[in-house]
Write a protein that binds this ligand. Structure first.
Ligand SMILES: NC(=O)c1ccc[n+]([C@@H]2O[C@H](COP(=O)([O-])OP(=O)(O)OC[C@H]3O[C@@H](n4cnc5c(N)ncnc54)[C@H](OP(=O)(O)O)[C@@H]3O)[C@@H](O)[C@H]2O)c1
Length: 329
Protein backbone atom coordinates (compact mmCIF):
# COMPACT_ATOMS: atom_id res chain seq x y z
CA UNK A 1 0.00 0.00 0.00
CA UNK A 2 1.19 3.52 -0.78
CA UNK A 3 2.45 5.76 2.00
CA UNK A 4 -0.08 8.25 3.35
CA UNK A 5 0.12 11.91 4.49
CA UNK A 6 0.36 12.93 8.14
CA UNK A 7 1.11 16.01 10.22
CA UNK A 8 4.15 15.12 12.31
CA UNK A 9 5.88 16.67 15.30
CA UNK A 10 9.56 15.66 15.49
CA UNK A 11 10.67 18.41 17.92
CA UNK A 12 8.81 20.44 20.51
CA UNK A 13 8.21 24.10 19.79
CA UNK A 14 5.65 26.59 18.51
CA UNK A 15 3.04 24.55 16.57
CA UNK A 16 3.39 26.70 13.44
CA UNK A 17 7.18 26.06 13.49
CA UNK A 18 7.35 22.35 14.25
CA UNK A 19 4.24 20.69 12.75
CA UNK A 20 5.39 19.36 9.37
CA UNK A 21 3.85 17.27 6.61
CA UNK A 22 5.27 13.76 6.32
CA UNK A 23 4.58 10.48 4.52
CA UNK A 24 4.04 7.42 6.68
CA UNK A 25 3.88 3.73 5.71
CA UNK A 26 0.80 1.56 6.38
CA UNK A 27 1.78 -0.98 9.03
CA UNK A 28 0.06 -4.38 9.21
CA UNK A 29 -3.10 -4.38 11.34
CA UNK A 30 -2.35 -6.23 14.56
CA UNK A 31 -4.92 -8.45 16.34
CA UNK A 32 -7.51 -6.36 18.19
CA UNK A 33 -6.62 -3.24 16.22
CA UNK A 34 -8.63 -1.20 13.74
CA UNK A 35 -7.34 0.92 10.88
CA UNK A 36 -9.43 4.03 10.30
CA UNK A 37 -9.42 6.22 7.19
CA UNK A 38 -9.79 9.60 8.87
CA UNK A 39 -12.46 11.74 7.15
CA UNK A 40 -12.34 14.87 9.30
CA UNK A 41 -10.30 15.97 12.31
CA UNK A 42 -10.75 19.02 14.50
CA UNK A 43 -8.14 21.47 15.76
CA UNK A 44 -8.70 22.13 19.47
CA UNK A 45 -6.58 24.20 21.88
CA UNK A 46 -5.69 20.97 23.70
CA UNK A 47 -4.09 19.53 20.53
CA UNK A 48 -1.47 22.27 20.49
CA UNK A 49 -0.38 22.09 24.14
CA UNK A 50 1.59 18.78 23.80
CA UNK A 51 3.29 20.14 20.67
CA UNK A 52 5.01 22.77 22.84
CA UNK A 53 6.51 20.04 25.05
CA UNK A 54 4.23 20.85 27.99
CA UNK A 55 3.54 17.13 28.57
CA UNK A 56 6.96 15.86 27.47
CA UNK A 57 6.95 13.32 30.33
CA UNK A 58 4.13 11.41 28.61
CA UNK A 59 4.64 12.32 24.93
CA UNK A 60 6.99 10.29 22.75
CA UNK A 61 8.55 12.03 19.74
CA UNK A 62 7.80 11.91 16.87
CA UNK A 63 4.01 12.01 17.14
CA UNK A 64 0.94 12.92 15.09
CA UNK A 65 -1.29 15.48 16.86
CA UNK A 66 -5.08 15.51 16.96
CA UNK A 67 -7.31 14.10 19.68
CA UNK A 68 -10.65 14.48 17.89
CA UNK A 69 -11.87 13.20 14.54
CA UNK A 70 -14.14 10.81 12.66
CA UNK A 71 -13.25 8.16 10.13
CA UNK A 72 -14.39 5.03 8.36
CA UNK A 73 -12.92 1.66 9.25
CA UNK A 74 -10.68 0.52 6.40
CA UNK A 75 -9.20 -2.70 7.87
CA UNK A 76 -9.68 -4.73 11.05
CA UNK A 77 -7.27 -7.09 12.74
CA UNK A 78 -8.20 -10.53 13.97
CA UNK A 79 -10.12 -10.74 17.27
CA UNK A 80 -12.18 -7.61 16.51
CA UNK A 81 -15.89 -8.05 17.08
CA UNK A 82 -18.79 -5.61 16.75
CA UNK A 83 -17.03 -3.27 14.26
CA UNK A 84 -16.36 -3.87 10.55
CA UNK A 85 -14.91 -2.13 7.50
CA UNK A 86 -17.17 0.72 6.38
CA UNK A 87 -18.39 1.63 9.90
CA UNK A 88 -17.88 5.25 10.94
CA UNK A 89 -16.15 5.64 14.30
CA UNK A 90 -14.70 8.16 16.72
CA UNK A 91 -11.32 6.85 17.94
CA UNK A 92 -10.19 8.09 21.35
CA UNK A 93 -7.56 7.58 23.98
CA UNK A 94 -4.51 8.96 22.12
CA UNK A 95 -3.58 11.65 19.64
CA UNK A 96 -3.08 10.87 15.94
CA UNK A 97 -6.13 12.16 14.08
CA UNK A 98 -4.17 14.57 11.85
CA UNK A 99 -3.23 11.84 9.38
CA UNK A 100 -5.01 9.96 6.63
CA UNK A 101 -4.94 6.58 8.42
CA UNK A 102 -4.82 5.75 12.10
CA UNK A 103 -4.70 2.50 14.03
CA UNK A 104 -6.41 2.23 17.42
CA UNK A 105 -7.43 -0.72 19.61
CA UNK A 106 -11.05 -1.66 18.89
CA UNK A 107 -12.10 -0.94 22.48
CA UNK A 108 -11.14 2.73 21.96
CA UNK A 109 -13.38 3.15 18.87
CA UNK A 110 -17.00 4.30 19.24
CA UNK A 111 -19.59 3.98 16.47
CA UNK A 112 -21.12 7.19 15.08
CA UNK A 113 -24.93 7.00 14.67
CA UNK A 114 -26.08 7.01 11.04
CA UNK A 115 -28.31 10.09 11.48
CA UNK A 116 -25.32 12.33 12.32
CA UNK A 117 -23.22 13.78 9.54
CA UNK A 118 -19.43 13.52 9.67
CA UNK A 119 -19.28 17.35 10.03
CA UNK A 120 -21.51 17.10 13.12
CA UNK A 121 -19.76 14.09 14.62
CA UNK A 122 -16.23 15.45 14.26
CA UNK A 123 -16.85 17.77 17.24
CA UNK A 124 -18.92 15.25 19.23
CA UNK A 125 -16.21 14.35 21.71
CA UNK A 126 -13.85 16.84 23.37
CA UNK A 127 -16.07 19.80 24.19
CA UNK A 128 -19.43 18.04 24.63
CA UNK A 129 -17.96 15.39 26.94
CA UNK A 130 -16.02 18.01 28.92
CA UNK A 131 -19.26 19.99 29.30
CA UNK A 132 -20.97 16.88 30.68
CA UNK A 133 -18.13 16.33 33.19
CA UNK A 134 -18.17 19.99 34.28
CA UNK A 135 -21.93 19.85 34.82
CA UNK A 136 -21.53 16.60 36.77
CA UNK A 137 -18.88 18.24 39.00
CA UNK A 138 -21.17 21.21 39.68
CA UNK A 139 -24.10 18.92 40.44
CA UNK A 140 -21.93 16.94 42.88
CA UNK A 141 -20.93 20.12 44.66
CA UNK A 142 -24.46 21.50 44.88
CA UNK A 143 -26.08 18.27 46.01
CA UNK A 144 -27.48 16.39 43.05
CA UNK A 145 -29.42 16.78 39.81
CA UNK A 146 -31.75 19.56 41.06
CA UNK A 147 -28.91 21.40 42.78
CA UNK A 148 -28.18 23.76 39.90
CA UNK A 149 -31.61 25.45 39.83
CA UNK A 150 -31.26 29.07 40.94
CA UNK A 151 -27.45 28.88 41.38
CA UNK A 152 -25.55 31.92 40.15
CA UNK A 153 -22.88 30.57 37.83
CA UNK A 154 -20.24 32.58 35.96
CA UNK A 155 -18.67 31.07 32.82
CA UNK A 156 -15.41 32.64 31.57
CA UNK A 157 -14.34 32.56 27.88
CA UNK A 158 -18.05 32.14 27.34
CA UNK A 159 -17.81 32.74 23.60
CA UNK A 160 -15.62 29.67 23.07
CA UNK A 161 -17.17 26.52 21.66
CA UNK A 162 -17.31 24.87 25.05
CA UNK A 163 -18.40 28.12 26.73
CA UNK A 164 -21.50 28.19 24.55
CA UNK A 165 -22.30 24.58 25.40
CA UNK A 166 -21.99 25.39 29.10
CA UNK A 167 -24.26 28.44 28.83
CA UNK A 168 -27.02 26.46 27.14
CA UNK A 169 -26.74 23.44 29.42
CA UNK A 170 -26.65 25.48 32.65
CA UNK A 171 -29.63 27.61 31.59
CA UNK A 172 -31.57 24.45 30.77
CA UNK A 173 -30.93 23.28 34.36
CA UNK A 174 -32.43 26.48 35.78
CA UNK A 175 -29.15 28.15 36.81
CA UNK A 176 -28.74 31.96 36.72
CA UNK A 177 -25.93 32.17 34.21
CA UNK A 178 -23.47 34.99 33.49
CA UNK A 179 -21.30 34.84 30.37
CA UNK A 180 -17.93 36.41 31.23
CA UNK A 181 -16.07 37.51 28.09
CA UNK A 182 -13.05 39.68 27.35
CA UNK A 183 -14.52 42.13 24.83
CA UNK A 184 -17.71 43.86 23.75
CA UNK A 185 -17.37 42.27 20.32
CA UNK A 186 -17.37 38.77 21.85
CA UNK A 187 -20.36 39.76 24.00
CA UNK A 188 -22.21 40.91 20.86
CA UNK A 189 -21.68 37.48 19.25
CA UNK A 190 -23.00 35.44 22.17
CA UNK A 191 -26.15 33.46 21.40
CA UNK A 192 -29.38 35.24 22.41
CA UNK A 193 -30.42 32.95 25.26
CA UNK A 194 -33.33 33.94 27.52
CA UNK A 195 -32.10 34.90 31.00
CA UNK A 196 -28.40 35.04 30.05
CA UNK A 197 -26.47 37.91 31.65
CA UNK A 198 -23.14 39.19 30.33
CA UNK A 199 -20.05 40.64 31.95
CA UNK A 200 -17.06 42.02 30.04
CA UNK A 201 -13.69 41.79 31.81
CA UNK A 202 -10.98 44.44 31.54
CA UNK A 203 -12.51 46.69 34.17
CA UNK A 204 -12.31 45.18 37.67
CA UNK A 205 -15.43 43.15 38.47
CA UNK A 206 -17.15 44.71 41.51
CA UNK A 207 -17.17 42.74 44.75
CA UNK A 208 -20.95 43.06 44.82
CA UNK A 209 -21.02 40.56 41.92
CA UNK A 210 -21.32 37.18 43.60
CA UNK A 211 -21.41 33.75 41.96
CA UNK A 212 -22.14 30.45 43.67
CA UNK A 213 -19.73 28.89 41.16
CA UNK A 214 -17.31 30.03 38.50
CA UNK A 215 -16.40 27.72 35.61
CA UNK A 216 -13.09 29.03 34.32
CA UNK A 217 -11.05 28.40 31.17
CA UNK A 218 -8.94 31.59 31.36
CA UNK A 219 -6.87 31.42 34.57
CA UNK A 220 -4.45 34.31 35.20
CA UNK A 221 -5.80 37.59 36.51
CA UNK A 222 -9.37 36.96 35.32
CA UNK A 223 -9.69 33.63 37.08
CA UNK A 224 -7.66 34.73 40.10
CA UNK A 225 -9.76 37.87 40.59
CA UNK A 226 -13.03 35.94 40.43
CA UNK A 227 -11.69 33.39 42.91
CA UNK A 228 -10.54 36.05 45.37
CA UNK A 229 -13.49 38.42 45.26
CA UNK A 230 -16.62 36.99 43.70
CA UNK A 231 -17.36 33.67 45.38
CA UNK A 232 -18.98 33.13 48.78
CA UNK A 233 -17.72 30.67 51.37
CA UNK A 234 -18.86 27.23 50.21
CA UNK A 235 -18.79 28.28 46.56
CA UNK A 236 -16.99 26.38 43.82
CA UNK A 237 -14.21 27.45 41.45
CA UNK A 238 -14.06 24.87 38.70
CA UNK A 239 -11.16 25.37 36.29
CA UNK A 240 -10.63 23.43 33.07
CA UNK A 241 -8.34 25.63 30.98
CA UNK A 242 -5.84 28.49 31.04
CA UNK A 243 -6.38 30.39 27.79
CA UNK A 244 -4.46 33.36 29.22
CA UNK A 245 -1.38 31.13 29.42
CA UNK A 246 -1.05 31.97 33.11
CA UNK A 247 -2.11 29.69 35.97
CA UNK A 248 -4.20 30.94 38.89
CA UNK A 249 -1.76 32.63 41.31
CA UNK A 250 -0.89 30.59 44.37
CA UNK A 251 -1.79 33.49 46.68
CA UNK A 252 -5.31 33.63 45.18
CA UNK A 253 -5.68 29.92 45.92
CA UNK A 254 -4.31 30.35 49.45
CA UNK A 255 -6.61 33.32 50.09
CA UNK A 256 -9.76 31.20 49.58
CA UNK A 257 -9.55 27.96 51.59
CA UNK A 258 -13.32 28.38 52.08
CA UNK A 259 -13.98 27.85 48.34
CA UNK A 260 -13.89 24.42 46.73
CA UNK A 261 -11.25 24.58 43.99
CA UNK A 262 -11.13 21.81 41.38
CA UNK A 263 -9.37 21.34 38.03
CA UNK A 264 -11.18 19.09 35.58
CA UNK A 265 -9.30 17.05 32.97
CA UNK A 266 -11.40 15.20 30.42
CA UNK A 267 -8.39 12.92 29.97
CA UNK A 268 -8.70 11.62 33.57
CA UNK A 269 -12.32 10.63 32.98
CA UNK A 270 -11.64 9.05 29.59
CA UNK A 271 -8.80 6.91 30.91
CA UNK A 272 -10.62 5.73 34.02
CA UNK A 273 -14.31 5.55 33.10
CA UNK A 274 -14.40 2.30 31.14
CA UNK A 275 -16.15 1.58 27.87
CA UNK A 276 -19.69 1.38 29.25
CA UNK A 277 -19.52 4.81 30.89
CA UNK A 278 -17.91 6.29 27.76
CA UNK A 279 -20.68 4.80 25.58
CA UNK A 280 -23.26 6.37 27.91
CA UNK A 281 -21.47 9.72 27.72
CA UNK A 282 -21.36 9.53 23.92
CA UNK A 283 -25.11 8.84 23.81
CA UNK A 284 -25.58 12.16 25.66
CA UNK A 285 -23.09 13.93 23.37
CA UNK A 286 -24.93 12.67 20.28
CA UNK A 287 -28.28 13.83 21.73
CA UNK A 288 -26.74 17.26 22.33
CA UNK A 289 -25.65 17.40 18.69
CA UNK A 290 -29.18 16.51 17.58
CA UNK A 291 -30.88 19.19 19.70
CA UNK A 292 -28.18 21.79 18.98
CA UNK A 293 -26.87 22.19 22.55
CA UNK A 294 -23.50 20.67 21.59
CA UNK A 295 -23.33 21.89 18.00
CA UNK A 296 -20.12 23.72 17.06
CA UNK A 297 -19.91 26.29 14.33
CA UNK A 298 -17.33 25.27 11.69
CA UNK A 299 -15.07 28.16 10.64
CA UNK A 300 -13.36 26.33 7.74
CA UNK A 301 -12.09 22.95 6.53
CA UNK A 302 -8.54 22.70 5.18
CA UNK A 303 -6.86 19.84 3.32
CA UNK A 304 -4.04 18.35 5.38
CA UNK A 305 -1.64 19.59 2.68
CA UNK A 306 -2.49 23.13 3.93
CA UNK A 307 -1.88 22.40 7.61
CA UNK A 308 0.10 25.66 7.96
CA UNK A 309 -2.91 27.67 6.78
CA UNK A 310 -5.18 25.70 9.10
CA UNK A 311 -2.91 26.50 12.08
CA UNK A 312 -2.74 30.18 11.09
CA UNK A 313 -6.54 30.28 10.95
CA UNK A 314 -6.74 28.57 14.36
CA UNK A 315 -4.62 31.41 15.81
CA UNK A 316 -6.40 34.23 13.96
CA UNK A 317 -8.13 36.70 16.31
CA UNK A 318 -11.17 36.82 14.00
CA UNK A 319 -11.65 33.03 13.91
CA UNK A 320 -15.32 32.16 14.40
CA UNK A 321 -15.72 28.48 15.17
CA UNK A 322 -13.75 25.27 14.78
CA UNK A 323 -11.09 24.71 12.14
CA UNK A 324 -11.26 21.22 10.61
CA UNK A 325 -8.76 19.17 8.63
CA UNK A 326 -9.53 16.81 5.74
CA UNK A 327 -6.57 14.40 5.81
CA UNK A 328 -7.29 12.83 2.42
CA UNK A 329 -6.55 15.85 0.25
N1 LIG B 1 -9.58 20.38 30.76
C1 LIG B 1 -10.02 19.73 29.71
O1 LIG B 1 -10.08 18.50 29.70
C2 LIG B 1 -10.49 20.51 28.51
C3 LIG B 1 -11.29 19.92 27.53
C4 LIG B 1 -11.75 20.70 26.47
C5 LIG B 1 -11.38 22.04 26.38
N2 LIG B 1 -10.57 22.56 27.35
C6 LIG B 1 -10.15 23.97 27.30
O2 LIG B 1 -11.27 24.80 27.07
C7 LIG B 1 -10.82 26.01 26.50
C8 LIG B 1 -11.74 26.40 25.37
O3 LIG B 1 -11.68 25.40 24.35
P1 LIG B 1 -12.56 25.57 23.03
O4 LIG B 1 -12.29 24.43 22.13
O5 LIG B 1 -13.97 25.84 23.42
O6 LIG B 1 -11.91 26.92 22.44
P2 LIG B 1 -12.29 27.75 21.16
O7 LIG B 1 -13.64 27.42 20.65
O8 LIG B 1 -11.11 27.65 20.28
O9 LIG B 1 -12.43 29.23 21.73
C9 LIG B 1 -11.44 29.88 22.42
C10 LIG B 1 -11.96 31.32 22.62
O10 LIG B 1 -11.64 31.74 23.92
C11 LIG B 1 -11.44 33.13 23.91
N3 LIG B 1 -10.17 33.43 24.55
C12 LIG B 1 -8.93 33.12 24.14
N4 LIG B 1 -8.01 33.60 24.98
C13 LIG B 1 -8.70 34.23 25.95
C14 LIG B 1 -8.30 34.94 27.10
N5 LIG B 1 -7.00 35.10 27.42
N6 LIG B 1 -9.27 35.47 27.88
C15 LIG B 1 -10.56 35.32 27.56
N7 LIG B 1 -11.00 34.67 26.49
C16 LIG B 1 -10.07 34.13 25.69
C17 LIG B 1 -11.41 33.60 22.46
O11 LIG B 1 -12.65 34.21 22.16
P3 LIG B 1 -12.75 35.80 21.89
O12 LIG B 1 -11.58 36.17 21.04
O13 LIG B 1 -14.07 35.95 21.21
O14 LIG B 1 -12.72 36.46 23.24
C18 LIG B 1 -11.27 32.29 21.70
O15 LIG B 1 -11.90 32.30 20.45
C19 LIG B 1 -9.35 25.78 26.11
O16 LIG B 1 -8.53 26.33 27.10
C20 LIG B 1 -9.22 24.27 26.15
O17 LIG B 1 -7.90 23.84 26.38
C21 LIG B 1 -10.11 21.84 28.39
Amino acid sequence: MADYPAALVANYGRPEDVIRLASLPHPAVEPGMIEIAVERAAINPSDLIPVTGAYSNRTVLPFVPGFEGVGTISRVGTDVTGLKPGDRVLPLGASGLWQAYLQRPAEWCFAVPADLSTEQAVTAYINPMTTLRLIAALKDHFGGPAGLAGRRIGVTAAGSAIGRMLLMTLLSKGAEVTAIVRSDSTAARLPALPGLQTLVTGQPIGRDTVFDAVVDAVGGETGGGLLRHNLPAGGMFLQYGALSGVPIAQDALSARPDVRFAFLWLRSFVHSAGRQALSGAFAQCFDGLRDGTFASHIAATYPLSRISDALAHQNAPDRRGKVLIDPHC
